[in-house]
Design a protein around this ligand. Structure first.
Ligand code: GLU
Length: 308
């Protein structure tokens, strides 16, 4: 695996310059675009990584995976009264479907859906920040993990579009807290930083029938039940890459979650997890080198979304 990752890294780095770092969140525009890291964590506890796999990056939309799982754990199937589970086929921050669909977002991984999920968690937890950070620190086995305050502030100062969606959903009765409060929480969750090794570790439960690995004394702790882990993977496969979800399913075929920080996490159920990061994005907001690297990895390993 180490050799495969080294080969993929060489091939991917030849693509530097083909995308652009996200600039609509000013703090993200400052990130050096020429970075690439990839890490694979296996269900037996082994890990491999190359390149900038230890450099922390902004989770952005990848945080939506974790908040959705927390909401599922908190209120179970009631989440489906507030959000759908169909691909949107529209941009991650699009609002066009919201009005015709009465303020019920298509899925929890587009911005509108993630805002509803953060609204659910804001109602559920007295201190959501700490509940979320606590869960992520345990999952990633990274006690110092935190959000980047500059990125959170920068996004909060420019989140007019997300705020508009929150108010619209409130007018439809699908938003229970003050939009300002939920946006504060949402911007902090998006600004959480992890590196590839930590991200692969943190999502291990999705490859391992809901079981987490790796923390001292917590190995094999059941973080999510196995049925829900399977369902979350299905949702990641169909909705995890915005309006490129079909293209990703065709090229890569694994459950994925992408983020505008340039990170992508992918799940090979029964085998392990892959986290890749390269900040240059394509027109749909997905990492150019990250998508390429995952495509090469499945070509070289033949990993599929079915447990072996
Ligand atoms: N924080 C970003 C936003 O709300 C997340 C988008 C993303 O990563 O796709 O626009």
């Amino acid at each position: 695996m180490q050799d495969i990752l080294a080969q993929i890294s060489d091939e991917a780095r030849a693509l530097f310059g083909q995308g652009k770092v996200a600039s609509y969140i000013p703090a993200l525009a400052k990130v050096n675009p020429r970075q690439f890291g990839i890490a694979v964590a296996f269900t037996d506890g082994q890990t491999c990584s190359v390149g900038d796999a230890n450099v922390p990056f902004s989770l952005q939309s990848i945080s939506k995976l974790f908040t959705f799982v927390l909401a599922l754990k908190a209120i179970g199937d009631d989440v489906w009264k507030r959000v759908g589970r169909e691909p949107s086929g529209a941009a991650f921050n699009s609002m066009v479907q919201l009005e015709t669909e009465h303020g019920i977002p298509r899925n929890p991984f587009i911005n509108a859906g993630a805002l509803v999920i953060t609204d659910i968690l804001t109602s559920h937890y007295a201190h959501l920040d700490y509940a979320l950070l606590g869960a992520l620190r345990k999952l990633a086995d990274a006690p110092m993990l935190n959000w980047n305050t500059e990125v959170a502030k920068s996004e909060r100062g420019t989140s007019h579009r997300n705020m508009a969606m929150a108010y619209f959903m409130k007018s439809c009765g699908n938003f229970h807290n003050a939009p300002e409060l939920v946006l504060d929480n949402y911007c902090r969750q998006c600004a959480v930083e992890m590196n590839c090794v930590q991200l692969a570790q943190a999502t291990m439960f999705l490859a391992h029938s809901g079981r987490n690995l790796g923390q001292s004394g917590q190995a094999n702790a059941q973080f999510l039940n196995a049925d829900d882990a399977r369902r979350v993977n299905a949702l990641l496969l169909t909705c995890g890459a915005y309006d490129a979800a079909g293209d990703y399913a065709y090229r890569i075929g694994l459950p994925v979650k992408t983020g505008v920080g340039g990170g992508i996490v992918a799940v090979a159920p029964g085998i392990g997890t892959i986290a890749v990061w390269a900040p240059e994005l394509d027109a749909k907001g997905n990492s150019v080198l990250g998508g390429f690297a995952l495509e090469r990895l499945v070509e070289l390993t033949r990993w599929t979304p079915h447990a072996t």
